[in-house]
Ligand binder design. Structure first.
Ligand SMILES: Nc1ncnc2c1ncn2[C@@H]1O[C@H](COP(=O)(O)OP(=O)(O)OP(=O)(O)O)[C@@H](O)[C@H]1O
Ligand SMILES: [Mg+2]
Length: 193
C-alpha cells in the first residue's frame, strides 16, 4: 500500500476534533490502537493519518483485511515463505509482517480472525518474532499495529470472538469514532469533498 494517498479528515464536529487531538497525541508514540466505529465512519482514514503523522511514515502502511485471510495460507500471508516449502510455493514470498517492518499494520476487522489465527498473531504481537514457512530462522519485525472493528468490543470478547489476551495486546487505547448521525456538522463538508 502506498503512503501517498492522503485525504484530509473532515472534523468540523466537536467529536471529530477531539479524535484529531487524540491522533495528534498518540501518533508519534509506538502504542497499538484499536479503532471502533460503524462501517464508513472513517476508521481506515484515521489509521492512515496516525501512520502518516508517526515517525514510521517513511515506511509501509500495510492493510490486512482479516476477513479475506484463509486458515491454510495465514502463515504464508503474514510471515512469508521460502521457495519449495509447500507445493504451490514456487518463489520466496515476503509476508505482511516483513513488509511492514518499521511501519504500520492496519488489521481491518480483527474479529474475523479465527481463534487459531488470533493465537498466531498474539505470539507475534508479544515478541515481534516470527519465522517464514519453511525456514526455522527467527526473524524480527518492528511494527505498530492499528486494528479496527465495526463490532462492539465488549460483546466480541464476551462471546469469545476476540481473545482477551490479544485484545489487551492490541489495545493501548481504543479510539471510538461516532457515526455521522451523531456529528451532523461534518455532513456539509463531507458532501463537498
Ligand atoms: N471524517 C471524514 N473526512 C473525510 N472523509 C471521510 C471521513 N470519514 C469517512 N470518510 C470517507 O468515507 C469513506 C469510508 O471511510 P473508511 O474506509 O475510512 O471507513 P471505515 O470505517 O474503514 O469503513 P468500513 O468499516 O466499511 O471499512 C472513505 O472514502 C473516506 O475517505
Ligand atoms: Mg475500512
Amino acid at each position: 500500500m502506498s503512503n501517498e494517498k492522503l485525504l484530509a479528515i473532515v472534523s468540523e464536529s466537536e467529536e471529530m476534533r477531539s479524535i484529531m487531538d487524540i491522533i495528534d497525541r498518540v501518533a508519534r508514540s509506538n502504542i497499538n490502537i484499536i479503532i471502533t466505529g460503524e462501517s464508513g465512519t472513517g476508521k481506515e482514514l484515521v489509521a492512515r493519518e496516525i501512520h502518516v503523522r508517526s515517525n514510521r511514515a517513511g515506511n509501509q502502511f500495510v492493510i490486512i483485511n482479516c476477513a479475506s485471510l484463509n486458515e491454510d495460507l495465514f502463515d504464508s500471508d503474514l510471515f512469508g515463505h521460502v521457495k519449495g516449502s509447500f507445493t504451490s510455493a514456487i518463489n520466496d514470498k515476503v509476508g505482511f509482517v516483513e513488509k511492514a517492518n518499521n511501519g504500520t499494520i492496519y488489521l481491518d476487522e480483527i474479529t474475523a480472525l479465527s481463534p487459531n489465527m488470533q493465537a498466531k498473531l498474539l505470539r507475534f504481537a508479544q515478541s515481534g518474532e516470527y519465522n517464514k514457512v519453511g525456514d526455522p530462522t527467527v526473524m524480527k519485525s518492528d511494527v505498530r499495529i492499528i486494528s479496527s472493528t465495526n463490532k462492539k468490543l465488549e460483546n466480541e470478547i464476551r462471546s469469545n470472538s476476540l481473545r482477551e489476551d490479544l485484545f489487551y495486546r492490541l489495545n493501548t487505547i481504543v479510539l471510538r469514532i461516532p457515526p455521522l448521525r451523531k456529528r451532523r456538522e461534518d455532513i456539509p463538508v463531507l458532501v463537498k469533498t
